[in-house]
Design a protein around this ligand. Sequence first.
Ligand code: ZN
Length: 133
Amino acid sequence: MKIVKIDHLGIAVNSIDEGKNFFSDILGLKFEGSETVEEQKVTTAFFPVGESEVELLESTAPDGPVAKYIEKKGEGIQHIAFRVENIEEALSELKEKGVRLIDEKPRKGAGGAKIAFLHPKSTHGVLVELCER
Ligand code: ZN
């Protein structure tokens, strides 16, 4: 498998509007619009930073994964996303190497990307997302 770069950092926030206030108005990052991914009960907003991006995640439902994350740990970095050249290939290679996968098959993420998560038990506590665009 080939990891191309850090695609984005996913940050769980209570409110994208309030998050935007800091990342866009104060830090000066460009807000590239938001998108709701219903299957994951989340609205995402992207702010490019050089070759990578900051992704803010706001839950659309109290039982969504981002709401649960904030309930347990508070706002903060929720995942790190690596861009890979071929996500199916990466997943089968990682599975072969004994890495626990949350998603055995890629699913649809924001911006039409194919994404899959690795289990934090296999990654030293970091929720890792693979993404291919
Ligand atoms: Zn992400």
